[in-house]
Design a protein. Structure first.
Length: 335
């Protein structure tokens, strides 16, 4: 494949816009189709980034004008669109989660496994260069044997109330990114324990979900992972990872827009708030995620997480939900 890769985009919400912007920065790709039942959203996206417009996914696949697709539509549509892509022999990058029902994912698992069509999952944090460097140094045993991993992820504010019913809950919607990051470092997780609380949001409570959670994972070699999540953070988007091993510790902290620090009578080393949201914190990671997917489209080796990674993360999210509701640890088998 020597021409620009023609990409079809499903979904023009917030994450769809992120992918459209990422494509616009890559010379090797062009947005050829934009599909959304909300046709005005599709028209606005196409006006800014290019492409033909439709509200019918079948029209995109039948057009003969796509080399790959990105699925950024509501979660309930993800697996069906992945299935259409595989049937049409079109590589697909699908946002997380791959579905909200593990039974549907398992039923489709063999089809995905037998297909030669690249299926990538949208776990963008794997492409953050700071986390990649952390992973490299852990794998090089710079801190010896990895014993504990601490992942902190707090959003600056809760999602819109209208989004909550379709989100799948905090474990499938938010924690799932951190569960995948846990597997990025410790692939074989065997046990999940979780607690959920309702500390500050009546809207989240009324939706039957948690606004604050802590998850503990146990690896097959007794490694321990702690994931701390909250739907709010007064100081900005809180994204940190700490790896502790037999010979030391490695840590990735938060990012600021500037490095200026202030010392004064009321505070020392005072700095501005952290970056406001994932659009700022992970803009580069999203672009690298799409670029890596395009390598797979061209038939080149790719580091993109795949269908099995999406399945494993959903199994862990389901186990966390069960543990938080029952108060018991849940054994898991990711094979």
């Amino acid at each position: 494949m020597t021409h620009q890769i023609r990409v079809g985009l499903f979904g023009t919400g917030r994450i769809g816009q992120v992918h459209a912007m990422s494509l616009a920065t890559l010379d090797e790709a062009t947005l050829s189709w934009v599909c959304d039942p909300f046709i005005e959203g599709a028209k606005q996206t196409a006006a800014e980034f290019g492409g033909r417009v439709t509200d019918d996914p079948d029209e995109v696949f039948a057009s003969g004008e796509i080399d790959a697709v990105i699925v950024a539509s509501p979660t309930a549509t993800h697996l069906d669109l992945v299935a259409k892509a595989i049937e049409a022999d079109v590589p697909v990058l699908c946002e997380k989660p791959i579905d909200l029902e593990i039974s549907r994912v398992n039923a489709f698992r063999e089809i995905a496994a037998l297909s030669d069509v690249p299926v990538a999952l949208g776990f963008n944090k794997r492409f953050d260069r700071h986390f990649v460097e952390l992973k490299r140094r852990v794998a090089a045993e710079e801190i010896g044997v990895l014993e504990q991993l601490l992942i902190t992820s707090r959003d600056p504010g809760e999602p819109p109330a209208g989004y909550l019913p379709q989100s799948g809950g905090i474990f499938r919607d938010m924690t799932i990114h951190d569960l995948d990051m846990a597997r990025y470092f410790i692939p074989n997780i065997v046990e999940v324990s979780a607690q959920g609380a309702n500390v500050f949001s009546d809207a989240i409570r009324h939706a039957g979900d948690f606004d604050s959670t802590v998850v503990t994972l146990r690896g097959s070699n007794d490694e321990l992972v702690t994931i701390i999540n909250s739907r709010h953070s007064a100081y900005g988007y809180d994204q940190r990872i700490e790896a502790f091993g037999s010979k030391g510790l490695l840590q990735v902290g938060n990012k600021n827009d500037n490095l200026v620090r202030h010392w004064g009578p009321r505070s020392v080393e005072s700095i501005g708030p952290y970056q406001d949201f994932f659009l700022e914190r992970y803009a580069e990671a999203y672009r690298l995620e799409v670029a890596e997917f395009l390598r797979a489209v061209r038939g080149l080796p790719s580091r993109s997480p795949g269908f099995e990674d999406g399945r494993a993360a959903l199994i862990l999210a389901d186990a966390a939900e069960k543990s938080a509701r029952t108060g018991t640890a849940v054994e898991v088998d990711l094979s």
